[in-house]
Ligand binder design. Structure first.
Ligand SMILES: *Cc1c(COP(=O)(O)O)cnc(C)c1O
Length: 457
Protein backbone atom coordinates (compact mmCIF):
# COMPACT_ATOMS: atom_id res chain seq x y z
CA UNK A 1 0.00 0.00 0.00
CA UNK A 2 1.27 3.44 -0.81
CA UNK A 3 1.65 5.57 2.30
CA UNK A 4 -0.11 8.58 0.87
CA UNK A 5 -3.50 6.91 0.81
CA UNK A 6 -3.47 5.60 4.39
CA UNK A 7 -5.64 7.18 7.06
CA UNK A 8 -4.07 9.13 9.93
CA UNK A 9 -4.62 6.45 12.54
CA UNK A 10 -2.86 3.84 10.41
CA UNK A 11 0.06 6.19 9.90
CA UNK A 12 0.28 6.87 13.61
CA UNK A 13 0.38 3.14 14.40
CA UNK A 14 2.97 2.52 11.72
CA UNK A 15 5.14 5.22 13.29
CA UNK A 16 4.85 3.44 16.65
CA UNK A 17 5.94 0.25 14.94
CA UNK A 18 8.93 1.94 13.36
CA UNK A 19 9.99 3.70 16.54
CA UNK A 20 9.23 1.12 19.24
CA UNK A 21 8.11 -2.33 18.19
CA UNK A 22 10.44 -5.24 17.46
CA UNK A 23 8.21 -7.77 15.70
CA UNK A 24 9.02 -11.51 15.55
CA UNK A 25 10.36 -13.02 12.31
CA UNK A 26 10.69 -9.58 10.68
CA UNK A 27 13.27 -7.64 8.71
CA UNK A 28 13.32 -4.38 10.70
CA UNK A 29 14.59 -2.26 7.85
CA UNK A 30 11.84 -3.51 5.53
CA UNK A 31 9.24 -3.22 8.24
CA UNK A 32 10.19 0.41 8.85
CA UNK A 33 9.99 1.19 5.13
CA UNK A 34 6.66 -0.51 4.43
CA UNK A 35 4.98 -0.34 7.82
CA UNK A 36 2.94 -3.25 9.14
CA UNK A 37 -0.64 -3.89 8.16
CA UNK A 38 -2.61 -3.14 11.31
CA UNK A 39 -5.36 -5.63 12.18
CA UNK A 40 -8.02 -4.02 14.35
CA UNK A 41 -10.92 -6.45 14.73
CA UNK A 42 -12.24 -9.87 13.81
CA UNK A 43 -15.42 -11.92 13.69
CA UNK A 44 -15.90 -15.53 12.64
CA UNK A 45 -13.31 -16.24 9.93
CA UNK A 46 -12.80 -12.58 8.95
CA UNK A 47 -10.35 -9.88 10.01
CA UNK A 48 -10.54 -6.15 9.41
CA UNK A 49 -7.52 -3.89 9.04
CA UNK A 50 -7.21 -0.26 10.11
CA UNK A 51 -8.11 0.83 6.57
CA UNK A 52 -11.44 -0.98 6.82
CA UNK A 53 -10.52 -3.89 4.51
CA UNK A 54 -12.25 -7.18 5.25
CA UNK A 55 -9.89 -10.14 4.99
CA UNK A 56 -10.65 -13.88 5.04
CA UNK A 57 -8.20 -15.41 7.50
CA UNK A 58 -6.95 -18.48 5.66
CA UNK A 59 -4.37 -19.13 8.41
CA UNK A 60 -6.59 -19.02 11.55
CA UNK A 61 -4.18 -16.42 12.94
CA UNK A 62 -1.06 -18.55 13.30
CA UNK A 63 -2.85 -21.92 12.96
CA UNK A 64 -4.56 -21.34 16.29
CA UNK A 65 -8.02 -19.78 16.04
CA UNK A 66 -9.87 -23.09 15.70
CA UNK A 67 -13.35 -21.93 16.74
CA UNK A 68 -13.15 -18.59 14.93
CA UNK A 69 -13.07 -15.05 16.29
CA UNK A 70 -15.54 -13.37 18.61
CA UNK A 71 -16.81 -16.37 20.57
CA UNK A 72 -18.65 -14.93 23.59
CA UNK A 73 -18.32 -18.20 25.55
CA UNK A 74 -14.54 -17.76 25.62
CA UNK A 75 -14.80 -14.10 26.59
CA UNK A 76 -17.20 -15.09 29.38
CA UNK A 77 -14.95 -17.92 30.62
CA UNK A 78 -11.98 -15.56 30.81
CA UNK A 79 -13.80 -12.73 32.55
CA UNK A 80 -15.51 -15.06 35.03
CA UNK A 81 -12.13 -16.61 35.92
CA UNK A 82 -10.40 -13.23 36.15
CA UNK A 83 -13.03 -12.01 38.61
CA UNK A 84 -12.85 -15.11 40.74
CA UNK A 85 -9.14 -15.93 40.70
CA UNK A 86 -6.99 -14.03 38.19
CA UNK A 87 -3.81 -15.84 39.09
CA UNK A 88 -2.55 -18.59 41.28
CA UNK A 89 0.43 -20.78 40.50
CA UNK A 90 0.67 -24.54 40.27
CA UNK A 91 4.14 -24.56 41.85
CA UNK A 92 5.09 -26.22 45.15
CA UNK A 93 2.12 -28.54 45.61
CA UNK A 94 -0.71 -26.12 44.83
CA UNK A 95 -3.31 -26.10 42.06
CA UNK A 96 -6.48 -24.40 40.83
CA UNK A 97 -9.78 -25.97 39.77
CA UNK A 98 -9.40 -24.59 36.25
CA UNK A 99 -5.97 -26.20 35.69
CA UNK A 100 -7.11 -29.53 37.12
CA UNK A 101 -10.34 -29.63 35.14
CA UNK A 102 -8.51 -28.82 31.92
CA UNK A 103 -5.91 -31.53 32.57
CA UNK A 104 -8.74 -34.04 33.02
CA UNK A 105 -10.57 -32.82 29.90
CA UNK A 106 -7.38 -33.16 27.83
CA UNK A 107 -6.71 -36.68 29.15
CA UNK A 108 -10.25 -37.64 28.08
CA UNK A 109 -9.60 -36.77 24.43
CA UNK A 110 -5.94 -37.87 24.32
CA UNK A 111 -5.00 -41.29 22.89
CA UNK A 112 -5.31 -44.26 25.29
CA UNK A 113 -2.62 -44.41 27.97
CA UNK A 114 -1.88 -40.66 27.81
CA UNK A 115 -3.37 -39.30 31.00
CA UNK A 116 -0.97 -36.69 32.40
CA UNK A 117 -0.64 -33.04 31.41
CA UNK A 118 2.14 -30.53 32.12
CA UNK A 119 1.12 -26.95 31.27
CA UNK A 120 3.32 -24.24 29.78
CA UNK A 121 2.72 -20.80 28.31
CA UNK A 122 3.47 -21.77 24.70
CA UNK A 123 4.43 -24.51 22.28
CA UNK A 124 8.10 -23.53 22.50
CA UNK A 125 8.06 -23.90 26.26
CA UNK A 126 6.25 -27.19 25.76
CA UNK A 127 9.08 -28.53 23.61
CA UNK A 128 11.75 -27.24 26.00
CA UNK A 129 9.91 -29.10 28.72
CA UNK A 130 9.80 -32.25 26.59
CA UNK A 131 13.56 -32.07 26.07
CA UNK A 132 14.21 -31.87 29.79
CA UNK A 133 11.57 -34.44 30.66
CA UNK A 134 12.84 -37.18 28.33
CA UNK A 135 16.37 -36.77 29.70
CA UNK A 136 15.02 -36.81 33.26
CA UNK A 137 13.10 -39.98 32.37
CA UNK A 138 16.16 -41.88 31.16
CA UNK A 139 18.30 -40.68 34.06
CA UNK A 140 15.65 -41.77 36.55
CA UNK A 141 15.52 -45.13 34.78
CA UNK A 142 19.26 -45.51 35.31
CA UNK A 143 20.24 -44.87 31.68
CA UNK A 144 21.73 -41.37 31.88
CA UNK A 145 23.62 -41.76 28.59
CA UNK A 146 20.39 -41.65 26.64
CA UNK A 147 20.35 -37.90 25.94
CA UNK A 148 20.33 -37.33 22.17
CA UNK A 149 17.08 -36.30 20.51
CA UNK A 150 16.66 -36.97 16.80
CA UNK A 151 14.59 -34.47 14.83
CA UNK A 152 14.18 -33.57 11.15
CA UNK A 153 15.44 -30.85 8.86
CA UNK A 154 12.86 -28.14 8.21
CA UNK A 155 10.85 -29.10 11.30
CA UNK A 156 9.40 -26.29 13.39
CA UNK A 157 9.27 -26.82 17.13
CA UNK A 158 9.47 -23.22 18.42
CA UNK A 159 11.83 -20.32 19.00
CA UNK A 160 13.51 -20.80 22.36
CA UNK A 161 17.08 -22.18 22.45
CA UNK A 162 15.85 -25.70 23.10
CA UNK A 163 12.85 -25.73 20.79
CA UNK A 164 14.65 -23.94 17.94
CA UNK A 165 17.41 -26.53 18.27
CA UNK A 166 14.83 -29.31 18.12
CA UNK A 167 13.49 -27.57 15.02
CA UNK A 168 15.36 -27.93 11.77
CA UNK A 169 15.11 -24.42 10.34
CA UNK A 170 18.44 -23.50 8.80
CA UNK A 171 17.87 -19.74 9.05
CA UNK A 172 17.12 -20.07 12.75
CA UNK A 173 20.13 -22.26 13.47
CA UNK A 174 22.40 -19.77 11.73
CA UNK A 175 21.47 -17.04 14.23
CA UNK A 176 22.90 -17.93 17.62
CA UNK A 177 24.94 -21.07 17.03
CA UNK A 178 22.20 -23.66 17.13
CA UNK A 179 21.46 -26.46 17.58
CA UNK A 180 22.62 -26.84 21.18
CA UNK A 181 24.53 -30.09 21.77
CA UNK A 182 22.65 -33.37 21.88
CA UNK A 183 20.19 -32.69 19.06
CA UNK A 184 20.67 -34.16 15.57
CA UNK A 185 18.57 -34.03 12.41
CA UNK A 186 17.55 -36.39 9.61
CA UNK A 187 15.95 -35.61 6.22
CA UNK A 188 12.26 -34.69 6.06
CA UNK A 189 9.61 -36.70 4.16
CA UNK A 190 9.09 -33.90 1.64
CA UNK A 191 8.59 -35.76 -1.62
CA UNK A 192 7.68 -32.75 -3.79
CA UNK A 193 10.80 -30.82 -2.81
CA UNK A 194 13.33 -33.57 -2.24
CA UNK A 195 11.99 -36.82 -3.68
CA UNK A 196 13.85 -36.55 -6.99
CA UNK A 197 13.03 -39.42 -9.33
CA UNK A 198 11.78 -41.73 -6.58
CA UNK A 199 8.08 -42.52 -6.32
CA UNK A 200 6.45 -40.94 -3.27
CA UNK A 201 6.10 -44.39 -1.66
CA UNK A 202 9.75 -45.30 -2.18
CA UNK A 203 10.84 -41.88 -0.96
CA UNK A 204 8.69 -42.25 2.17
CA UNK A 205 10.49 -45.50 3.00
CA UNK A 206 13.87 -43.94 2.29
CA UNK A 207 13.13 -40.93 4.53
CA UNK A 208 11.90 -43.17 7.37
CA UNK A 209 14.97 -45.40 7.06
CA UNK A 210 17.13 -42.35 7.77
CA UNK A 211 15.85 -42.58 11.35
CA UNK A 212 17.23 -46.08 11.77
CA UNK A 213 20.49 -45.05 10.16
CA UNK A 214 20.82 -42.17 12.63
CA UNK A 215 19.94 -44.34 15.64
CA UNK A 216 22.70 -46.77 14.65
CA UNK A 217 25.16 -43.95 14.00
CA UNK A 218 24.55 -42.24 17.37
CA UNK A 219 24.12 -45.57 19.18
CA UNK A 220 20.80 -46.74 20.61
CA UNK A 221 22.24 -46.36 24.12
CA UNK A 222 22.71 -42.64 23.53
CA UNK A 223 19.35 -41.82 21.94
CA UNK A 224 16.58 -40.51 24.21
CA UNK A 225 13.84 -39.73 21.70
CA UNK A 226 12.64 -38.94 18.21
CA UNK A 227 10.50 -35.80 17.78
CA UNK A 228 8.26 -35.01 14.80
CA UNK A 229 5.17 -33.12 13.75
CA UNK A 230 2.61 -35.58 12.31
CA UNK A 231 2.38 -33.07 9.44
CA UNK A 232 5.08 -30.40 9.25
CA UNK A 233 3.23 -27.09 9.38
CA UNK A 234 5.56 -24.10 9.12
CA UNK A 235 7.90 -26.16 6.93
CA UNK A 236 5.21 -26.13 4.22
CA UNK A 237 2.28 -28.38 5.22
CA UNK A 238 4.31 -31.44 4.35
CA UNK A 239 2.07 -34.49 4.21
CA UNK A 240 4.37 -37.51 4.37
CA UNK A 241 3.91 -40.27 1.76
CA UNK A 242 1.59 -43.04 3.03
CA UNK A 243 4.57 -45.34 3.50
CA UNK A 244 6.32 -43.02 5.96
CA UNK A 245 4.57 -43.27 9.34
CA UNK A 246 4.08 -47.07 9.29
CA UNK A 247 7.80 -47.50 8.57
CA UNK A 248 8.75 -45.03 11.34
CA UNK A 249 6.56 -46.96 13.80
CA UNK A 250 8.24 -50.19 12.73
CA UNK A 251 11.68 -48.68 13.35
CA UNK A 252 10.69 -47.17 16.70
CA UNK A 253 9.38 -50.56 17.87
CA UNK A 254 12.82 -52.08 17.28
CA UNK A 255 14.66 -49.59 19.49
CA UNK A 256 14.16 -48.47 23.04
CA UNK A 257 13.66 -44.75 22.44
CA UNK A 258 10.77 -42.40 23.14
CA UNK A 259 8.57 -40.85 20.48
CA UNK A 260 7.43 -37.24 20.82
CA UNK A 261 4.64 -36.01 18.54
CA UNK A 262 4.59 -32.22 18.25
CA UNK A 263 0.83 -31.70 17.97
CA UNK A 264 0.94 -27.91 18.28
CA UNK A 265 -0.63 -27.54 14.82
CA UNK A 266 -2.26 -30.93 14.24
CA UNK A 267 -3.83 -31.14 17.69
CA UNK A 268 -7.43 -30.22 18.50
CA UNK A 269 -9.04 -31.15 15.25
CA UNK A 270 -7.04 -29.77 12.36
CA UNK A 271 -6.77 -33.15 10.63
CA UNK A 272 -10.40 -34.07 11.37
CA UNK A 273 -9.33 -36.14 14.40
CA UNK A 274 -8.53 -34.81 17.84
CA UNK A 275 -4.81 -35.32 17.21
CA UNK A 276 -2.64 -35.96 14.17
CA UNK A 277 -1.38 -38.99 16.09
CA UNK A 278 -4.93 -40.40 15.99
CA UNK A 279 -5.14 -39.83 12.25
CA UNK A 280 -1.87 -41.64 11.56
CA UNK A 281 -2.14 -44.15 14.43
CA UNK A 282 1.36 -43.30 15.62
CA UNK A 283 1.02 -43.84 19.39
CA UNK A 284 3.51 -41.34 20.83
CA UNK A 285 4.92 -41.31 24.39
CA UNK A 286 4.60 -37.53 24.64
CA UNK A 287 2.61 -34.94 22.71
CA UNK A 288 3.32 -31.21 22.68
CA UNK A 289 0.21 -29.03 22.51
CA UNK A 290 -0.58 -25.29 22.20
CA UNK A 291 -2.32 -23.15 19.52
CA UNK A 292 -5.76 -24.82 19.09
CA UNK A 293 -5.89 -25.67 22.81
CA UNK A 294 -7.24 -22.17 23.57
CA UNK A 295 -8.04 -21.19 19.96
CA UNK A 296 -5.36 -18.53 20.54
CA UNK A 297 -7.65 -16.37 22.71
CA UNK A 298 -5.00 -16.49 25.45
CA UNK A 299 -1.55 -18.11 25.34
CA UNK A 300 -1.23 -21.65 26.62
CA UNK A 301 0.76 -24.75 25.76
CA UNK A 302 1.74 -27.98 27.38
CA UNK A 303 2.55 -31.62 26.96
CA UNK A 304 0.54 -34.78 27.33
CA UNK A 305 2.56 -37.51 28.97
CA UNK A 306 1.97 -41.26 28.77
CA UNK A 307 1.34 -43.41 31.83
CA UNK A 308 4.57 -45.28 31.03
CA UNK A 309 6.60 -42.09 31.29
CA UNK A 310 4.71 -40.80 34.29
CA UNK A 311 5.38 -43.98 36.26
CA UNK A 312 9.11 -43.49 35.88
CA UNK A 313 9.36 -39.75 36.45
CA UNK A 314 7.11 -39.94 39.49
CA UNK A 315 9.96 -41.93 41.08
CA UNK A 316 12.51 -39.25 40.18
CA UNK A 317 12.02 -36.69 42.95
CA UNK A 318 11.32 -33.05 42.08
CA UNK A 319 11.07 -32.22 38.37
CA UNK A 320 12.98 -28.97 38.65
CA UNK A 321 11.20 -27.17 35.87
CA UNK A 322 8.17 -24.93 35.39
CA UNK A 323 6.86 -21.56 34.34
CA UNK A 324 5.12 -18.87 36.34
CA UNK A 325 2.18 -19.25 33.99
CA UNK A 326 2.10 -23.08 33.91
CA UNK A 327 -1.60 -23.88 34.23
CA UNK A 328 -2.61 -20.20 34.34
CA UNK A 329 -6.21 -20.22 35.59
CA UNK A 330 -7.52 -17.78 32.97
CA UNK A 331 -5.89 -19.69 30.11
CA UNK A 332 -7.15 -22.96 31.58
CA UNK A 333 -10.71 -21.64 31.86
CA UNK A 334 -10.57 -20.52 28.21
CA UNK A 335 -9.09 -23.87 27.20
CA UNK A 336 -11.94 -25.72 28.92
CA UNK A 337 -14.57 -23.55 27.25
CA UNK A 338 -12.82 -24.01 23.90
CA UNK A 339 -12.81 -27.81 24.22
CA UNK A 340 -16.47 -27.67 25.16
CA UNK A 341 -17.27 -25.73 21.97
CA UNK A 342 -15.25 -28.15 19.83
CA UNK A 343 -17.15 -31.10 21.35
CA UNK A 344 -20.65 -29.73 21.66
CA UNK A 345 -20.78 -28.24 18.19
CA UNK A 346 -19.31 -31.34 16.57
CA UNK A 347 -16.71 -29.15 14.86
CA UNK A 348 -14.07 -31.85 14.48
CA UNK A 349 -16.53 -34.38 13.04
CA UNK A 350 -17.65 -31.73 10.57
CA UNK A 351 -14.04 -31.15 9.51
CA UNK A 352 -13.57 -34.91 9.10
CA UNK A 353 -16.79 -35.68 7.22
CA UNK A 354 -17.85 -32.52 5.47
CA UNK A 355 -15.86 -29.29 5.34
CA UNK A 356 -12.43 -30.96 5.31
CA UNK A 357 -13.17 -33.17 2.31
CA UNK A 358 -14.88 -30.21 0.61
CA UNK A 359 -11.84 -27.96 1.12
CA UNK A 360 -9.54 -30.69 -0.20
CA UNK A 361 -11.69 -31.27 -3.30
CA UNK A 362 -11.86 -27.55 -4.11
CA UNK A 363 -8.14 -27.05 -3.41
CA UNK A 364 -7.18 -29.79 -5.85
CA UNK A 365 -9.00 -27.94 -8.64
CA UNK A 366 -6.07 -25.50 -8.51
CA UNK A 367 -3.77 -28.23 -9.85
CA UNK A 368 -4.70 -27.21 -13.43
CA UNK A 369 -3.25 -23.72 -12.91
CA UNK A 370 -0.04 -23.15 -14.92
CA UNK A 371 1.81 -21.95 -11.80
CA UNK A 372 0.86 -24.93 -9.63
CA UNK A 373 3.12 -27.98 -9.36
CA UNK A 374 1.22 -29.82 -6.64
CA UNK A 375 -1.71 -29.32 -4.32
CA UNK A 376 -1.92 -31.37 -1.15
CA UNK A 377 -3.67 -31.23 2.17
CA UNK A 378 -5.65 -32.96 4.85
CA UNK A 379 -8.56 -31.75 6.96
CA UNK A 380 -8.16 -27.99 7.37
CA UNK A 381 -4.58 -27.92 6.11
CA UNK A 382 -3.49 -27.22 2.55
CA UNK A 383 -0.42 -26.45 0.47
CA UNK A 384 -0.02 -25.15 -3.08
CA UNK A 385 3.42 -25.53 -4.67
CA UNK A 386 4.38 -22.74 -7.08
CA UNK A 387 6.63 -23.85 -9.94
CA UNK A 388 8.06 -22.63 -13.22
CA UNK A 389 7.75 -26.08 -14.79
CA UNK A 390 5.12 -28.52 -13.60
CA UNK A 391 6.57 -31.75 -14.96
CA UNK A 392 10.11 -31.37 -13.64
CA UNK A 393 8.94 -29.57 -10.45
CA UNK A 394 11.37 -26.74 -11.26
CA UNK A 395 11.08 -23.60 -9.12
CA UNK A 396 11.43 -20.00 -10.17
CA UNK A 397 14.76 -18.48 -9.11
CA UNK A 398 14.34 -17.67 -5.41
CA UNK A 399 15.33 -14.03 -6.03
CA UNK A 400 11.99 -13.55 -7.82
CA UNK A 401 10.17 -14.37 -4.58
CA UNK A 402 7.17 -16.03 -6.24
CA UNK A 403 5.72 -17.08 -2.89
CA UNK A 404 5.99 -13.59 -1.47
CA UNK A 405 4.39 -12.08 -4.59
CA UNK A 406 1.50 -14.50 -4.24
CA UNK A 407 1.18 -13.76 -0.53
CA UNK A 408 1.00 -10.01 -1.21
CA UNK A 409 -1.56 -10.35 -4.01
CA UNK A 410 -3.60 -12.58 -1.78
CA UNK A 411 -3.55 -10.13 1.13
CA UNK A 412 -4.48 -7.26 -1.20
CA UNK A 413 -7.43 -9.31 -2.49
CA UNK A 414 -8.72 -10.03 1.00
CA UNK A 415 -7.25 -13.45 1.78
CA UNK A 416 -4.43 -14.41 4.12
CA UNK A 417 -2.32 -17.29 2.82
CA UNK A 418 1.17 -17.89 4.15
CA UNK A 419 4.25 -18.43 1.99
CA UNK A 420 6.95 -20.93 3.03
CA UNK A 421 9.36 -20.00 0.25
CA UNK A 422 7.30 -20.90 -2.83
CA UNK A 423 4.82 -23.10 -1.03
CA UNK A 424 1.53 -21.34 -0.32
CA UNK A 425 -0.11 -22.57 2.86
CA UNK A 426 -3.62 -22.42 4.22
CA UNK A 427 -5.02 -23.50 7.60
CA UNK A 428 -8.36 -21.72 8.06
CA UNK A 429 -10.42 -21.75 11.26
CA UNK A 430 -12.10 -25.15 11.71
CA UNK A 431 -15.51 -23.45 11.65
CA UNK A 432 -15.15 -22.21 8.07
CA UNK A 433 -18.28 -22.97 5.99
CA UNK A 434 -18.49 -24.36 2.46
CA UNK A 435 -19.52 -20.95 1.09
CA UNK A 436 -16.48 -19.38 2.79
CA UNK A 437 -14.28 -22.15 1.35
CA UNK A 438 -15.60 -21.19 -2.11
CA UNK A 439 -14.62 -17.59 -1.41
CA UNK A 440 -11.17 -18.72 -0.22
CA UNK A 441 -10.60 -20.72 -3.39
CA UNK A 442 -11.71 -18.00 -5.79
CA UNK A 443 -9.41 -15.51 -4.04
CA UNK A 444 -6.55 -18.01 -4.09
CA UNK A 445 -7.01 -18.57 -7.83
CA UNK A 446 -7.08 -14.83 -8.50
CA UNK A 447 -3.83 -14.47 -6.50
CA UNK A 448 -2.22 -17.23 -8.59
CA UNK A 449 -3.32 -15.49 -11.82
CA UNK A 450 -1.86 -12.16 -10.71
CA UNK A 451 1.36 -13.80 -9.54
CA UNK A 452 1.76 -15.57 -12.87
CA UNK A 453 1.40 -12.21 -14.68
CA UNK A 454 4.24 -10.78 -12.55
CA UNK A 455 6.66 -13.60 -13.33
CA UNK A 456 8.81 -13.82 -16.46
CA UNK A 457 7.68 -16.43 -18.98
C1 LIG B 1 3.92 -22.78 16.55
C2 LIG B 1 4.59 -24.08 16.80
C3 LIG B 1 5.39 -24.27 17.94
C4 LIG B 1 5.75 -23.16 18.86
O1 LIG B 1 4.65 -22.69 19.58
P1 LIG B 1 4.75 -21.21 20.23
O2 LIG B 1 3.45 -21.13 20.99
O3 LIG B 1 4.86 -20.23 19.12
O4 LIG B 1 5.91 -21.20 21.11
C5 LIG B 1 5.90 -25.54 18.16
N1 LIG B 1 5.65 -26.55 17.31
C6 LIG B 1 4.88 -26.40 16.22
C7 LIG B 1 4.62 -27.58 15.35
C8 LIG B 1 4.35 -25.15 15.91
O5 LIG B 1 3.65 -24.98 14.80
Amino acid sequence: MSNAVLNNKTREWQAMSREHHLAPFSDYKQLAENGPRIITKAEGVYLWDSEGHKILDGMAGLWCVAVGYGREELVEAASRQMRELAFSSTFFQTATPAALELAKAIAEIAPPGMNHVFFTGSGSEGNDTVLRMVRHYWTTKGQPHKKVVISRHNAYHGSTMGSASLGGMKEMHEQGDLPIPGIVHIPQPYWFGEGGDMSPEAFGIWAADQLEKKILEVGEDNVAAFIAEPIQGAGGVIIPPDSYWPRIREILSRYDILFIADEVICGFGRTGEWFGSDYYGIAPDLMTIAKGLTSGYVPMGGLIVSDKLFEVISQGGDFNHGFTYSGHPVAAAVGLANLRILKEEGIIERVRDQTGPYLQRRLRELADHPLVGEVRGLGMLGAIELVKDKRSRTRYPSALGAGKLCHDHSFNNGLIMRAADDTMIIAPPLVITEAQIDELLSKARLSLDLTLEDLPR
